[in-house]
Design a binder for this molecule. Sequence first.
Ligand SMILES: *[C@@H]1O[C@H](CO)[C@@H](O)[C@H](O)[C@H]1NC(C)=O
Length: 478
Amino acid sequence: MARTFKALLCGIVALAAGANAAPSCAAPTTTPNPGTARTYEAENAILSGTTVDTAQTGYTGTGYVTGFDQATDKITFKVDSATARLYDLSIRVAAIYGDKRTSVVLNGGASSEVFFAAGTTFTSVAAGQVLLNAGSNTIDIVNNWGWYLIDSITLTPSAPRPAHQINASPVNAAADANAKALYKYLRSIYGKKILSGQQELSYANWIAQQTGKTPALVSVDLMDYSPSRVERGTVGTAVEEAITHHNRGGIVSVLWHWNAPTGLYDTDAHKWWSGFYTDATDFDVAAALSSTTNANYTLLIRDIDAIAVQLKRLQTAGVPVLFRPLHEAEGGWFWWGAKGPEPAKKLYGILYDRLTNYHKINNLIWVWNSILPEWYPGDATVDILSADVYAQGNGPMSTQYNQLIELGKDKKMIAASEVGAAPLPDLLQAYEAHWLWFAVWGDTFINNPDWNSLDNLKKIYTSDYVLTLDEIQGWRSS
Ligand SMILES: *[C@@H]1O[C@H](CO)[C@@H](O)[C@H](O)[C@H]1NC(C)=O
């Protein structure tokens, strides 16, 4: 409480006199403890489209800030730091209208997303880290989903990241030599470099034209091999694309927009080809998994077996695969996540068992793609943790990275499996956000200057910290 009171005074002084007031605020008469937290009350910050309220009890200071209902609504905190350094940021918030997301923008540039779990009281949420410049800085909390109440933010100088303790081998004891070599290589670069990556071979080649460097990793989608699409005439090309990239020395990642096996609405609003979306099908994954004799359970197995054929083609071609099924389950927007964590985890377990033990597909490194602990299928079937992050500003996505460190207890490597904006290497290093790879989504993201300017792409693709295709040649024997 005392700390909050002092910080409150500090905020008022800083606001009244501008950045010049910072020294009197940051340097009390006693020697400052570098580990000391500082709290800034939202009601004392600069409000744009937002208002102070007191109706919800439990706030600190003289109120909290609400009224986030427009895209540009925000709070701007002016914060100062004696030196350039990294701080842990926490946000005291009440998400009384349900799960929400906010955007944290540092010094008007890099943006990161923070998730607020629904709750009836004010609570402190870890919001990742911010790299403050020496002197004055701004931290904006910007609407995003809106409809939350912000009480304060707290900044605590970050401790250096401890050494990673990554498991020595893949979870599948029968992993083939190619999968083992890939895992070993990934482990050797983890924490030291990041692999550049791109969704779709065609966009990887586009990057080569733009920057002179080809991504180390290409991600392809098994979508068009889903039986409910094949029935309607799709012909997948992902396997050929993966082999092409593998043959030029690259690393391959595979996801699967699994079109629901049946129950597609196929209306004008929800076409059959959007059948992986929850709102395009009445396929009920929980009901399908309720018994192994259920007709829809049989269809799930049929679909897994169809995908097994494609993965086996890659295995036969000698291509190890970073396999990321049931992605973004926790979002709920895909049918496999629509009934909550239990069916999603169960389906993941069935996939793992069917592909590994029944089909003997041993070229896979298993990549899980939800952050929340209640969605995690467990250490025994996951090699790599990952997150899909769509935030502009080319930031380091340290919030999600740190959440995944916690989820995997730093024994699993962590990947930015889909991003809207490629991360800038100087920020990745400053934040010690040791993503193993990043893969930018294709159309409207990689080729969109609002998300990735050509200047930034060139900066990223020519950085020493970022591994490109030419720099990973020979990874199989390293
Ligand atoms: C299988 O799923 C479809 C589509 O949701 C549904 O119409 C059908 O009743 C389900 N079948 C069984 C046996 O539950």
